[in-house]
Ligand binder design. Structure first.
Ligand SMILES: Cc1cc2nc3c(=O)[nH]c(=O)nc-3n(C[C@H](O)[C@H](O)[C@H](O)COP(=O)(O)OP(=O)(O)OC[C@H]3O[C@@H](n4cnc5c(N)ncnc54)[C@H](O)[C@@H]3O)c2cc1C
Length: 445
């Protein structure tokens, strides 16, 4: 038995956990009856990879093949995105889609069908999967792709580990000339300005905005947009970079050594942080050349940053609402959040492009993600926000969720019922793959 949690440290549970090094070992584990769920690197925030019995995939992490002409990589599901970057950036390749942390496994990226700053251009991670092998509840292995066993593929991408254990996957990396990003930052004085900025930034491959969710009145929604493109060799200026365009320094790794006491994060400290961050960026538009780690993964530079929320843990409330509802909807929801004064410093706004997947989170529209320390007041606020999100035709991201109820899931995920039936069918009636989340939101019993 081990004490374990996902990234938000809420909930924390006691579980039977076991890793595996080979397909045979995993099959042996599946011979024992009872429910279980795959656990990648625990970077989902809530309870999506938690259950009283868990199979840890991290040890199952070999690179299987790479085709230099097409950039097609095949690797085990326990490989971290950071391990792919370490090997392939120096050879001139980058991930087709990456979330805001590189410390997730390939299996976790497929199961949550993660999105990045380029969703409006390149879609989600699952859209780049050419083929994958999955171990089913009876120990058999099924190979699937968008054309082979396509139904199985469809329910596994974004299926949160409920169809089986993804063993390996093939996907195409994209060519880069340098390890640097030509970044442009734009300061926006309020929500209207930042939304205008997103509308005119659709030609950029990457775009995202940090939003101050404590600013009120005319300043509500004041933010900083970061948009970027992979830099080409001729854009590098420093002789060191020109000499080794695909090399980046590891940089300093900071760490939060212990859990902060609960009082350390209070409205005053958060307001001060947000004020300083916003004013760090001068008004107007500015260009910089930054390495890919600074652009995509600023938080990964601080190990265990989740400890600043203390023992009570935290959750991330991430929702998306359709583009048509965007301006009015986002203003109403943000006002409710700023009025509550409960949100913390990390609020991220992004405009998604179109997506037509079975269970994936993105839809064409605006998504906002912000962290909240766990409290009774926050839980009450979420209920109100849920109602607004559902009214606007939006939904919540399962990878960040630890508290949504079954009714909200049912109302907001159009394929909820079909997905439940598919999971039941795949498990041949007896629930095998189930998480605390899948039980809470009523996908499994
Ligand atoms: C700082 C930070 C930033 C983030 N930014 C983003 C972002 O920008 N965009 C985004 O989309 N997400 C983002 N996330 C969320 C994260 O990308 C997802 O939660 C991802 O699924 C975590 O992968 P993991 O390997 O840690 O898997 P876990 O968290 O361990 O598991 C996640 C889900 O995948 C399933 N799973 C894992 N491995 C397998 C497998 N081999 N077979 C079957 N199912 C499996 C689990 O059962 C679970 O349902 C962020 C998270 C953090 C901490």
């Amino acid at each position: 038995m081990r004490t374990i949690s996902d990234w938000g440290n809420y909930p924390v549970i006691e579980a039977d956990v076991a890793g595996f090094d080979s397909v045979g070992q995993l099959r042996k584990q599946l011979e024992d009856p009872g429910e279980l769920i795959a656990f990648g690197n625990g970077r989902s925030y809530g309870d999506a990879s938690l259950q009283k019995r868990m199979v840890l995939t991290r040890r199952f992490s070999k690179f299987l093949s790479f085709d230099e002409s097409s950039g097609t990589l095949c690797c085990d599901s326990g490989v971290l995105l950071s391990e792919i970057l370490d090997v392939f950036v120096p050879r001139g390749w980058f991930l087709p889609v990456t979330p805001g942390t590189k410390l997730i496994t390939v299996g976790g990226a497929i199961a949550a069908d993660v999105h990045g700053k380029n969703h409006h251009v390149d879609g989600s991670f699952g859209q780049h999967i050419l083929s994958m092998d999955i171990m089913r509840n009876d120990g058999s292995i099924i190979t699937c792709s968008p054309t082979v066993n396509a139904e199985f593929f469809k329910v596994t991408v974004g299926g949160m580990g409920l169809t089986g254990v993804i063993l390996n996957a093939s996907f195409r990396l994209k060519r880069i000339e340098t390890a640097f990003i030509r970044e442009e930052t734009v300061r926006a004085a309020n929500l209207g300005e930042i939304m205008d900025c997103f509308e005119v930034s659709v030609g950029w491959t990457y775009s995202v905005a940090w939003i101050d969710c404590l600013a009120k009145g005319d300043s509500m929604g004041r933010s900083i947009m970061m948009r970027g493109e992979h830099a080409q060799t001729h854009e590098l200026v420093s002789p060191t970079h020109k000499h080794a365009p695909l090399k980046v320094n590891k940089g300093m790794q900071l760490a939060v050594p212990f859990r902060f006491p609960n009082f350390a994060l209070n409205p005053l400290s958060m307001k001060a942080f947000n004020f300083a961050y916003y004013n760090k960026c001068r008004p107007g538009t500015h260009q910089h050349l930054v390495d890919y780690n600074s652009f995509f993964y600023p938080l990964d530079a601080i190990s265990n940053w989740n400890r600043i929320y203390g023992k009570r843990g935290f959750t991330q409330y991430q929702f998306v609402i359709p583009k048509e509802a965007g301006r009015e909807g986002m203003a109403r929801i943000l006002k409710r959040i700023t009025d509550s004064g409960l949100g913390s410093f990390l609020a991220v706004l992004k405009l998604f492009g179109e997506q037509d997947s079975f269970m994936s989170f993105p839809m064409e529209g605006y998504t906002l993600a912000l962290d909240f320390p766990i409290s009774q007041k926050a839980m009450e606020l979420f209920k109100e926000l849920d109602a607004m999100v559902a009214d606007y035709g939006g939904r919540l991201y399962l990878a960040k969720d630890s508290r949504m109820d079954a009714a909200m899931f049912e109302k907001t995920y159009a394929n909820a019922d079909e997905f439940r039936q598919a999971v039941t069918l795949l498990n041949e009636g007896e629930t095998r793959f189930a998480s605390l989340q899948s039980k809470r939101i009523g996908i499994t019993n």
